[in-house]
Design a protein around this ligand. Structure first.
Ligand SMILES: Nc1ncnc2c1ncn2[C@@H]1O[C@H](COP(=O)(O)OP(=O)(O)OP(=O)(O)O)[C@@H](O)[C@H]1O
Ligand SMILES: [Mg+2]
Length: 262
């Protein structure tokens, strides 16, 4: 079943730059096209990864789908209905630290649990979600007392406890070290199998997209269009070095103007 449909989506911004710095860049006060006629659909419960060069409009696209920003043309359908405003069931996890620094891990997750009326059930849910992301024992730690990976885990717990229909993740693991990033990927695969939600995930990392996604959308340089919309029907765990998935990996590298072997 289709959850999200993006039809003829365009977005342009008014540029404020006083001079053109490279050929093709927009002039001052020119309407500059960022997203150019995007068309795609996302299955309910799907895990869709977006990759594309920096500045191509990935964050802008997610903000429009989430209803935080208006499209210049075209529209977004969610469950078949036109959608243009934020919803409590659509939750964002950003790259930067999103935890409240004056609240403990427990209190931060509790912010996402305000819809649970019964105090005992709320307490239980918070405990279970902290446990799920491996933060049991760190409930009373403030964000500055947590590692980068732990902070991301607390944010994921806070997002999940809201029972989102759609989880938007904008390069959530971009600032983490290599090992922690791989661990977080494993956890996302688990989370996706446990929860009934649609995930839209931006990453710069082609391997991350191939390990996580069941759909990868590759965007071109600005004004960006869709270079490839690939379905990944491979079970987990995925070995990117062999078989069809290795071929897809090469194709994406080439499509992004990169060489897969250095
Ligand atoms: N509010 C705004 N006003 C003017 N221009 C904007 C605005 N928001 C984004 N842009 C421009 O739109 C383009 C796309 O920005 P966006 O942040 O969506 O890119 P991105 O693909 O997420 O980049 P990155 O990978 O670096 O995060 C950029 O050139 C940016 O300057
Ligand atoms: Mg971005």
């Amino acid at each position: 079943m289709i959850k999200i449909q993006v039809k003829g989506l365009k977005k342009s911004f008014l540029e404020r730059r006083s001079r053109m710095r490279f050929p093709g860049q927009c002039f001052h006060r020119e309407n500059c096209l960022v997203l150019n006629d995007l068309n795609f659909s996302i299955e309910r419960g799907g895990f869709t990864c977006f990759v594309g060069p920096s500045g191509c409009g990935k964050s802008t696209l997610l903000r429009i789908i989430a209803g935080f920003e208006r499209a210049s043309d075209g529209h977004v359908l969610i469950d078949g209905k036109r959608h243009s405003s934020p919803s409590r069931r659509h939750v964002f996890v950003f790259q930067e630290d999103g935890l409240f620094p004056w609240l403990t891990a427990w209190q931060n997750v509790a912010i996402g649990a305000r819809h649970i009326q019964d105090p005992e059930k709320r307490r239980q849910e918070i405990e279970e979600h902290l446990d799920l992301v491996g933060l049991a024992g760190f409930e009373n730690h403030y964000p500055h007392e947590l590692s980068g990976g732990m902070k991301r885990r607390a944010e994921v717990a806070r997002a999940l406890i809201t029972e989102p229909e759609i989880l938007f993740m904008d390069e959530p693991f971009g600032a983490l070290d290599f090992v922690t990033r791989i661990q977080m990927r494993e956890e996302m695969v688990n989370v996706h199998t446990m929860f009934d939600m649609t995930i839209l995930f931006i990453t710069h990392d082609i391997d991350e997209a191939l390990q996580l996604g069941d759909q990868v959308i590759v965007l071109s340089d600005r004004p960006s269009s869709i270079k490839a919309d690939i379905k990944l029907d491979f079970p987990h765990p995925r070995d990117l070095a062999h078989g069809r998935i290795a071929e897809i990996r090469k194709e994406i590298y080439y499509q992004m103007g990169l060489h897969p072997a250095l």
